[in-house]
Structure formats: structure tokens, C-alpha cells
Design a protein around this ligand. Structure first.
Ligand code: PHE
Length: 338
């Protein structure tokens, strides 16, 4: 038994553990119940009493040696494994950017327009989308049964309540609640009962504005709107005003800008006129001021209104209005968030 133990000790010492698989091979060879060492422990019971002590301690030494070698090699390979896996992570690499979305092109344009008017002292104002007849029509000089009501095909909810057809209704609410000077812009969604096509939708977005004070003139209106389009489209832009009709303004006009594509030379976007229509405007009719309790002898004012989709279509050269509303992320993700 002594010789066997010596041999075993030698084998344990000589066993080369070079790869992690060798650790397990070592354990199987020396440390399981089927191992030679275990057999020797079994035989130990039969060892004569006089050498039992000596053999016992030898056996234990060999077992300890095997156990120790196994444990050491195990922890050695563990640490190699963990340094290897930590090396595969490069902490200096930038993380993959999450797609956090972009602003809708209509919001981008709306914000740009608001910022321009803010510089001129206009404040932001909002109102309800479900309106009564008074704020959407009557207070704006649309008498009952007046043909001008047909200019805007209306979604009625009841006889007296409708989805607002323009944000001029917010102008009325402001005039009723504030004393001049009033200088405000009112963006918002408006509704008209129109067949949906590339050029029309049953709802769209507007920004309207009013300026009411003593001695506000048509010259103020022209200068304000000229400044606005120069800021939005660039200094070279040209404007022209054409006489028009709105029940709530007198005189009324429509403002055109020189075509953004052909710069006034004529192309199919401007239908070879060199100009594009972008907004309606005019001096607020004295009847409208009076209806909201503003003294029309003391105060005058101008108002204007434009469709945001139309401006966005011109600016981004989008031909189909519906593109703005079908939530196609491929289309929307082209717009850098601003
Ligand atoms: N409210 C008009 C529309 O929706 C636009 C407008 C506003 C025209 C103010 C003149 C003055 O068409």
C-alpha cells in the first residue's frame, strides 16, 4: 500500500493541467469514488493495527495533495475565463443610439412661425375646437343665412354647435376678454367638410393673428406680413396683395409670395404665375370690433390667417397633403427634430 501511495503521489504531481478540460479530468482520475485513491481508503480498514497510523496519515496527505492541486487549478482557470470575458467588452465604444422620434413637420413649421411673431411681440393663444355659432360665425360678421357661411363647409354637431372652421373664433374670445392693445397669434386644428384628396382634407391646421390698437393701419399689416415671410422664406422673397373678401375684414386681401421653386419665373408649381398664395388678411371690420365690445372709433386692427399644411407643402415640396397624416415613419423620420 505504501508503494501504491507513493506512485499515486507521483502521478498527482506529474498530471499536467494545461487547459480547463484537464481540471475535470484530474478530478475524475483522483477524486471520485471510483478513483484509485478511494480504493486505498477502502483497503485502509484491513491495514494491520501497527502501521495503521502511519498509513492513515500518508493516505490523508495524498488525498490533501490531490484536493489542493484540483482546487488551485480550478481557481486558476476561473480567473482566466473571467479576464477573457471582460476583455471582449470595449467600454470605450459608443452605445447604439435609440430612435427617440422627431417632431412632426407641421409642428416644426408651426413653431417657426410662432417664433417669428413672438419677436414682434405677438403672444400665443388657444381656444376650443368645438365652437358655438357666435364665436365661429355671428361675432365675425356672418349674419344667419348669409351666403358667406357657405365659404367654409361646416361639420355641425347641433344647430348651434360646430367644429370650428377657422381659428378666428379664438380672436373673438380674445377680443371679448381683453382690452386693446391686443397682439396675438392663435394656432390650432380646424375642420371643414371637404372630400379628402391630395389637396384637401377634412381637417387642417391654421395660424391666425390679430393686432388691435389705436391707429393700426393697412401699412402695419403689410409690413408685419412682409417681415414674416422674409424671416420664414428668406430676404429675397417678394410679395403681392390681391383684393379679396372675408366677412370679418374690410378691406380684405390675399397675400402671395414669389414662387419658391422658380423664384417668380413661372413653373408648374405656381401654375406659371410666378406667385403662390399663402394667406388671407385684412383690416378688422368695425362690426366685428363692436360685436366683441371694442370701440371701433378709438381702435382699429388687422387680422390674418394661414394654413400650416400649405406652407409646409411649399417649404418641403410635399405634393400630397395626406402624407402628413398617415403616420408613415419613413416619411416623418426625414425631418430632423428642431
Ligand atoms: N379665417 C380665414 C380663413 O379661415 C382666414 C383669415 C383670417 C382671413 C383673418 C382674413 C383675416 O380662411
Amino acid at each position: 500500500m505504501k508503494e501504491q501511495l507513493e506512485k499515486l503521489k507521483e502521478q498527482i504531481e506529474m498530471f499536467e493541467i494545461k487547459q480547463s478540460e484537464h481540471v475535470e479530468a484530474f478530478r475524475l482520475k483522483f477524486l471520485t469514488k471510483k478513483s484509485e485513491l478511494n480504493d486505498l481508503f477502502e483497503q485502509f480498514k484491513l491495514v494491520p493495527a501497527d502501521i495503521k497510523k502511519e498509513m492513515g496519515s500518508k493516505l490523508n496527505q495524498v488525498k490533501q495533495k490531490a484536493q489542493q492541486k484540483w482546487e488551485e487549478s480550478q481557481s486558476q482557470f476561473e480567473s482566466i475565463k473571467s479576464t477573457k470575458s471582460s476583455q471582449t467588452i470595449d467600454y470605450s465604444l459608443g452605445s447604439e443610439a435609440d430612435f427617440i422620434g422627431v417632431r412632426h413637420p407641421l409642428s416644426i413649421i408651426e413653431n417657426e412661425i410662432i417664433e417669428i411673431f413672438k419677436k414682434l411681440g405677438f403672444v400665443y393663444s388657444e381656444g376650443p375646437e368645438i365652437e358655438d355659432d357666435w364665436h365661429n360665425f355671428s361675432a365675425l360678421n356672418f349674419p344667419p343665412n348669409h351666403p358667406a357661411r357657405d365659404m367654409q363647409d361646416t361639420f355641425f354637431i347641433s344647430e348651434n354647435i360646430a367644429l370650428r372652421t377657422h381659428t378666428s373664433s379664438v380672436q373673438v374670445r380674445l377680443m371679448e376678454n381683453q382690452k386693446p392693445p391686443i397682439r396675438a397669434i392663435m394656432p390650432g386644428r380646424v375642420y371643414r367638410n371637404e372630400a379628402i384628396s391630395a389637396r384637401a382634407n377634412c381637417f387642417f391646421h391654421q395660424i391666425e393673428g390679430i393686432y388691435i390698437d389705436e391707429k393700426v393701419s393697412f401699412a402695419d399689416l403689410k409690413q408685419t406680413l412682409f417681415y414674416f415671410v422674409q424671416e420664414l422664406f428668406g430676404q429675397e422673397i417678394q410679395v403681392r396683395f390681391r383684393p379679396s373678401y372675408f366677412p370679418f375684414t374690410e378691406p380684405s386681401a390675399e397675400m402671395d409670395i414669389s414662387c419658391l421653386l422658380c423664384k417668380g419665373k413661372g413653373c408648374n408649381v405656381c401654375k406659371y404665375t410666378g406667385f403662390l398664395e399663402i394667406l388671407g388678411c385684412g383690416m378688422i371690420d368695425p362690426n366685428v370690433l363692436e360685436a366683441s365690445g371694442i370701440d371701433s372709433k378709438k381702435y382699429s386692427g388687422f387680422a390674418f390667417g394661414m394654413g400650416i399644411e400649405r406652407i409646409a407643402m411649399l417649404k418641403y415640396e410635399v405634393k400630397d397633403l395626406r402624407t402628413y397624416f398617415n403616420n408613415d415613419t419613413k416619411f416623418l423620420s426625414q425631418f430632423e427634430s428642431q
